[in-house]
Design a protein around this ligand. Structure first.
Ligand SMILES: [Zn+2]
Length: 372
């Protein structure tokens, strides 16, 4: 109605000027202007909505999802050989003891070699290590050498989680020339073999073997066959997380390293006398101290039952980059067979003081990360 009146009026104005072409042109221009205005309004609203959605409720959820995306290491293959551990640790320790200008770090050497071999150390050649050390000693940094090596930081983090606390500074009691007990500061291997010095044992690489008892599962550790009662030694310092009975492990102790990355599992301990008297969950354990005694308990729901055929210590090492990996299906256990071989050079001397029921280390040990 109103539109018609306007049309009529406009027509009149233009008709009176007798210019139909001009009238048509005006209509066309008006339509174009309306179209442009609509387009501008639409794009402004859309842009505003986009800004809001990235800041608003939807946006928040998206951001939280990104944060929830786990960034920790999910899997580690441990194929390191005794030879590589021996050679790299020797370079590290000697460069520190001799106060060499360039201090070598065995974990960095290992991470670099892991890049070179795709983490398959069966390909190790001593010449590759020599070349690497030569470059480092001539002043090139490991960061410069590793540049462009895509997985260097992954290997560095993985091998730090496994071996990061094995070598460093520590204090140990020793007997001086006058026959007195004195503390000595040293740099070197500060992780210990889980079997006390002077006690025999045998083992082979049994990681991944199938098991006879219970559900289908593979062997996630190394069995050290020895005599019942052999003092069991803490490999590394940490906090006792489990000390008691477990259907599979029997009497067992679980110790978490101070950095939380390693969980050491000592199982099948001795019937009636599995642990030292002073053992409880939450206790601080010092590397190289006696924690319990070798036995053959386990494979039983009932407590304190010997159901293992051959007396042995089951020793396992679990890596934990995120607490979700501690229990359940995402566990990472590594083959500790080469680690056991490597630790044979560092065994705790023990004795049983008169009147004591327990064996104890002869020489006390301290390291910087131990605190009550
Ligand atoms: Zn075992």
């Amino acid at each position: 109605m109103l539109l018609n009146i306007i049309k009529q009026e406009v027509k009149k104005i233009f008709m009176t000027h007798n210019d139909k072409v001009r009238y048509k042109k005006m209509i066309l221009i008006t339509l174009i202007i309306i179209f442009i205005i609509k387009l501008v309004i639409f794009s402004t609203v859309t842009a505003y909505q986009n800004i809001n959605s990235s800041r608003g409720v939807w946006g928040q959820q998206e951001e939280e999802k990104v944060e929830e995306e786990p960034k920790y290491i999910k899997w580690v293959d441990f194929s390191l050989t005794l030879e590589v551990m021996e050679k790299t640790s020797k370079l590290d320790i000697e460069s520190h003891i001799n106060n060499e200008e360039v201090r070598l770090n065995w974990i960095e050497l290992i991470a670099y070699l892991a890049c070179k071999y795709g983490n398959n150390f069966a390909s190790f050649k001593a010449q590759d290590l020599n070349d690497l050390v030569e470059k480092l000693r001539s002043g090139t940094t490991i960061e410069e050498l590793a540049e462009g090596r895509k997985y260097f930081s992954y290997y560095l983090e993985s091998y730090t989680a496994i071996l990061g606390e094995f070598i460093g500074t520590y204090q140990i009691e020793t007997i001086n020339e006058e026959g007195e007990r004195v503390w000595e500061e040293r740099y070197g291997l500060k992780a210990f073999l889980p079997i006390a010095r002077g006690y025999g044992f045998s083992h082979y690489d049994d990681f991944g073997n199938s098991r006879s008892y219970g559900y289908r599962r593979v062997h996630l550790g190394n069995d050290l066959m020895g005599s019942i009662g052999t003092p069991i030694i803490a490999v590394e310092s940490g906090i006792v997380e489990a000390a008691g009975w477990n259907q599979y492990g029997g009497w067992r102790i679980g110790i978490r390293s101070f950095d939380g990355k390693r969980y050491y599992y000592y199982a099948h301990l001795k019937k009636d006398n599995p642990f030292i008297r002073d053992m409880y969950e939450g206790r601080v354990v010092v590397a190289g101290e006696v924690i319990g005694y070798l036995g053959m308990t386990g494979y039983s729901r009932e407590e304190n039952v010997n159901n293992i055929n051959v007396p042995h210590l089951h020793f396992g090492m679990q890596l934990i980059f995120d607490e979700s990996q501690k229990e359940g299906t995402n566990q990472i256990w590594i083959d500790v067979y080469p680690i056991i071989n490597f630790l044979k050079r560092n065994r705790t001397e023990v004795h049983r003081p008169e009147g004591s029921n327990d064996y104890m280390r002869k020489f006390n040990f301290m390291e910087a990360n131990i605190h009550d």
